[in-house]
Design a protein around this ligand. Structure first.
Ligand SMILES: [Zn+2]
Length: 214
């Protein structure tokens, strides 16, 4: 009886996670990898979800999942949103504290899938028009766990969480500290000599993904 209860709970969780992945427009092979459901079960689940769902139809993405880490570094906004999403993944436990390449194969699982959905929903709650798709979120977590191209690092001045090139020789600055640094380098304003810069530096101190609100 106990075994069948456990199995029922696990199957229920499997379908719940698959439905959440479908809502986030994940590709079929991603859903299969994270839930262990067959393609046929996923298709049936997708059809039944569409029958129940009275909202706008979901986009179905085909082809390969994202594979270019440059996506997260291409603009300041992409870097900031990736840092925010990675911070949420870490806070909720979807991402280990540091690179853990030994976890890459076991990364897709129900428990982590559930945490990843929670982190992604929090991210979209904070930035409804966010750049990062759910498939890119899966790719970001995988990339950071692998740790051979991008890692989570900190601003060299205030320790705000940043996505950092694994091979960069010097820690970068967050946008707030970079702006502060540029202002200091340019010299004090002629009218009010050097009063604003220290306040800007304090605004980003110690906060994850500083500069997002700026
Ligand atoms: Zn900073």
């Amino acid at each position: 009886m106990r075994i069948s209860d456990d199995r029922y709970s696990r199957d229920r969780l499997r379908f719940d996670i698959a439905l959440q992945f479908i809502r986030h427009e994940a590709r079929t092979h991603t859903i299969r990898a994270w839930t262990g459901l067959s393609d046929d079960r996923i298709r049936k689940l997708y059809r039944s979800y569409l029958c129940d769902c009275r909202g706008a139809p979901l986009a179905r993405h085909r082809g390969k999942s994202p594979q270019q880490v440059a996506y997260f570094m291409r603009t300041g906004r992409a870097r900031q949103e990736a840092a925010l999403l990675a911070s949420l993944c870490r806070l909720l436990g979807a991402l280990p504290l540091g690179p853990a390449p030994e976890l890459e194969r076991s990364l897709p699982c129900l428990a982590r899938g559930e945490l990843l959905c929670q982190a992604y929903e929090a991210y979209r709650g904070l930035i409804p028009e966010g750049l990062i798709s759910f498939e890119h979120a899966v790719f970001l977590v995988t990339t950071l766990v692998r740790g051979d191209e991008l890692i989570l690092g900190g601003c060299r001045d205030c320790s705000a969480v940043l996505i950092v090139d694994r091979w960069s020789l010097r820690a970068p600055r967050c946008p707030l500290c970079a702006a502060d640094h540029a202002q200091l380098a340019a010299g004090p304003p002629r009218s009010a000599a050097g009063s604003a810069a220290p306040e800007l530096a304090m605004a980003g101190a110690g906060s994850p993904a500083a500069g997002l609100a700026a």
